[in-house]
Design a protein around this ligand. Structure first.
Ligand SMILES: O=C(O)CCC(=O)C(=O)O
Ligand SMILES: [Fe+2]
Length: 270
């Protein structure tokens, strides 16, 4: 895991304008995204990224999956980025599956609650994100205007955020409504809870509202891995969680794929 990350970082240092090596296909959500192309609640985000998804083949999920059909756009250089990232993704998938077993137990369910039909065939998303340094981001140089990524919750189950060790930029809203910094702890991931886990747990786990403000003059890199349910699974509060929260379902039924598509269609300028 660490070897993979170090190699990715080395590539970033070598190539300078690293992320521009990959080009996004026209009308596609896959591949390279320029600064300002990602939109959160109508406001362009000050970051660039390479977006990768678990590949959806034509017809795989019928109409539901149509908007997500496509394949990953890996940069030509460095040639080993694809295998490195594929290894990274498979390690993150394994780790997330283990964390979900622990969460299932904590909720009072069986350890395999989030396997099989629910998340045994998990969808995933990977974003390699670069945040320009504060003074360069908007030409004005006032850090408070540089919203690297606007306030949002993640869409699925868990996110493993692999951030730069020496730049504090990720912020999380706590229960008192204050933004607090998720100060990097070297060698660890920040783990966000996503919207589908909030529903399955009937709110016992809340999806974490977070945002990114890079007020540091240096470029910040983050690799975010999103572990998601099966693409087409209906998601509704688990009985065990409903019992533990007073017997009433707080959320109606959702479908992860629909949730993802609706977010992707409003989040990007393509
Ligand atoms: O850059 C970060 O620390 C987090 C990025 C993020 O929240 C996201 O991509 O959903
Ligand atoms: Fe996020």
């Amino acid at each position: 895991m660490i070897r993979t990350w170090v190699k990715t970082r080395a590539w970033q240092k070598l190539s300078g304008s690293w992320i521009r090596l990959a080009e996004r296909l026209v009308s596609s959500t896959w591949g390279y995204q320029r600064v300002g192309e990602n939109i959160t609640k109508g406001v362009p985000d000050m970051h660039e990224a390479i977006d990768c998804y678990r590949e959806v083949r034509q017809g795989m999920y019928g109409d539901l999956g149509k908007a997500m059909e496509g394949c990953n756009q890996w940069p030509v250089n460095p040639p080993d980025l694809k295998p490195i990232m594929e290894e990274y993704i498979s390690l993150c998938t394994e780790l997330s599956r283990k964390i979900m077993r622990g969460i299932a137990l904590a909720l009072g369910g069986s350890p395999s609650e989030f396997e099989g039909q629910r998340a045994g065939d998990p969808f995933w998303v990977l974003r390699i994100i670069g945040y320009p340094g504060a003074s360069k981001a908007n030409g004005i140089g006032s850090p408070e205007n540089d919203i690297g990524c606007g306030a949002h919750t993640d869409y699925g189950l868990l996110t493993l955020v692999n951030q730069d060790d020496d730049i504090t930029a990720l912020q999380v809203k706590n229960l008192s409504g204050e933004w607090i910094s998720a100060v990097p702890v070297p060698g660890t991931f920040v783990c966000n809870i996503g919207d589908m886990l909030k529903i399955w747990s009937n709110g016992l786990y809340d999806s974490t509202l977070h945002r990114v403000i890079n007020s540091c003059p240096r470029y910040r890199v983050c690799v975010a891995y999103f572990y998601e349910p099966n693409f087409d699974v209906p998601v509704e509060p688990l009985d065990v969680c409903v019992q533990r929260t007073g017997g009433t379902k707080k959320f109606g039924r959702a479908c992860y794929g629909e949730h993802l598509v609706s977010k992707v269609q409003t989040n990007f300028v393509v």
